[in-house]
Design a protein around this ligand. Structure first.
Ligand SMILES: OC[C@H]1CNC[C@@H](O)[C@@H]1O[C@@H]1O[C@H](CO)[C@@H](O[C@@H]2O[C@H](CO)[C@@H](O[C@@H]3O[C@H](CO)[C@@H](O)[C@H](O)[C@H]3O)[C@H](O)[C@H]2O)[C@H](O)[C@H]1O
Length: 333
C-alpha cells in the first residue's frame, strides 16, 4: 500500500509529515486520528498553532507550554517524535496583545529586543529537545520582496532577524540539544525577487557567524499556478549552495474555485507530483510536510472565501488523485 512516510524514508528522506492543529480539536476526531496516527503515512508533524507566541506567552513572562505539549505527546505516541518541527518563535501574526497593542512609544528597540529574546530563550528551553527544529523567524519578507514592516522591523530594523537566530542558538546551546534553526517563508519556492531577498536574509545571519541550518519552503500553492519541479529545484539550489538544508513545510495546493473536476484534480495531482519531485531530487531537502491532509480542517476556506479542497484527502477522508501522485513522486527517483 502506498505509505508516504515509509516510501520517503526508503528513498533517502527523513520524513513525510502532516501538520496537526490541536487548537481546532483534530485530536478528538477518531476517524481523522486513525489516519494521522499511522506513522507509515506521516512520520513527522508540526503544531498548527499551539507553539506560537500568542499561545505560549499570553502575558509577558508568563509561559504556558501545555497546549504545545499536547502535540509533543501525540507525536511521541505515534512514532513522529524524532522529527517534530516546532513552529514558530518570531512571526507578525498570532502575537499576544501585550506585544502588539502597547501605547506606541512604550516599546523601545532595547525593551522589545529583550522581550523577543526572552520569549525565544524560554520557549526553546520550555519545549527542549522534543523539537527537531524551530522555525525561528517566519515570513519576514513581504510580497514586494521588502523587509516585512512588522513591529519587530519597526523597532529593530532587519537586525531583529540575526538577533532572533543568535538568541535561539544560545538557548539551544544552553540545553545541550541539537535543534535545527530554520527560516520559513512562502513564495520563495521559485526564482524571483522574494527568493533573492531570502538569500540576502540568510547571508545577513551568516555574516555574523550565527547558526542557521535550513530554509523552509511553505509551498502554499494554487492549482495550475504551481512552479515546476526544475524551478523549485533552482530555488532550493540557491540555499543549498550556501550549505543549508531544505524543508517543504506547509504544502497544499488549493482550488481558487470549487468544485474541482476530474481534469483539475489531475492538474492538482501533477502540481503535488512536481513539488515532491523537487525535494526528492534535492539531496539536502530533508523532508516534506503538508499543512493538514484533510480538507475538513484546512486553513484555506476560512482564509480564502470560496477556495479549498487543497489537501491530499477529501473531508470524508477518502484520498484524492494527489495522494497517489505524491507516492509516485517519492518512488520515481
Ligand atoms: O496561514 C497559513 C499558514 C501560513 N504559514 C504559517 C502558518 O503558521 C500558517 O498557519 C495558519 O495560521 C493562521 C493564522 O494566520 C491560523 O489561523 C488562526 O488560527 C487561530 C487558532 O485557531 C485563530 O485564533 C483563534 O480564533 C478564535 C476564534 O476564531 C479565538 O477564540 C481564539 O482566541 C483565537 O486564538 C485565528 O483566528 C486564525 O486566524 C491557522 O489555523 C494556521 O493553519
Amino acid at each position: 500500500a502506498p505509505f508516504l512516510h515509509s516510501a520517503a524514508v526508503a528513498h533517502g528522506k527523513a520524513w513525510f509529515g502532516s501538520e496537526l492543529d490541536t487548537f481546532s480539536g483534530e485530536q478528538y476526531d477518531q476517524a481523522f486520528m486513525t489516519v494521522w496516527n499511522d506513522s507509515r503515512i506521516f512520520g513527522s508533524t508540526t503544531p498548527g498553532n499551539t507553539m506560537k507566541w500568542e499561545f505560549v506567552e499570553p502575558q509577558q513572562n508568563t509561559f504556558n507550554f501545555s497546549q504545545g505539549m499536547q502535540t509533543v505527546a501525540l507525536s511521541k505516541a505515534t512514532g513522529k517524535d524524532a522529527h517534530l518541527r516546532c513552529h514558530n518563535l518570531v512571526w507578525h501574526e498570532e502575537l499576544p496583545s501585550w506585544v502588539v497593542y502597547q501605547p506606541y512609544d512604550s516599546w523601545t528597540n532595547i525593551t522589545l529586543a529583550a522581550a523577543m529574546i526572552n520569549h525565544i530563550t524560554k520557549t526553546v528551553r520550555g519545549f527542549g529537545s522534543n523539537c527537531y527544529s524551530w522555525d525561528v523567524v517566519n515570513e519576514a519578507i513581504d510580497d514586494n520582496a521588502q523587509w516585512r514592516n512588522t513591529i519587530f522591523y519597526q523597532y529593530m530594523g532587519k537586525y531583529y532577524i540575526p538577533i532572533a537566530f543568535a538568541a535561539a542558538q544560545a538557548a539551544v546551546k544552553s540545553i545541550g540539544a541539537d535543534i535545527k534553526l530554520v527560516y520559513n517563508d512562502y513564495n520563495i519556492e521559485f526564482p524571483g525577487a522574494k527568493q533573492q531577498k531570502a538569500v540576502e536574509l540568510v547571508q545577513l545571519i551568516k555574516q555574523y557567524g550565527i547558526k542557521i541550518d535550513g530554509v523552509g519552503f511553505e509551498s502554499h500553492f494554487v492549482f495550475g499556478e504551481t512552479p515546476g519541479a526544475s524551478a523549485q529545484m533552482q530555488a532550493m539550489q540557491s540555499f543549498t549552495s550556501l550549505g543549508l538544508n531544505m524543508y517543504q513545510t506547509e504544502l497544499d495546493v488549493r482550488f481558487p474555485s470549487l468544485p474541482p473536476t476530474p481534469a483539475t484534480l489531475a492538474q492538482q495531482a501533477s502540481d503535488y507530483y512536481n513539488t515532491i519531485q523537487a525535494c526528492m531530487k534535492t539531496p539536502a531537502c530533508q523532508g516534506m510536510t503538508v499543512w493538514d491532509f484533510d480538507d475538513a480542517y484546512s486553513w484555506v476556506p476560512s482564509t480564502f472565501a470560496g477556495q479549498g479542497d487543497a489537501c491530499l484527502y477529501w473531508a470524508n477522508l477518502t484520498r484524492k488523485p494527489a495522494y497517489e501522485a505524491v507516492y509516485q513522486a517519492i518512488t520515481d527517483v
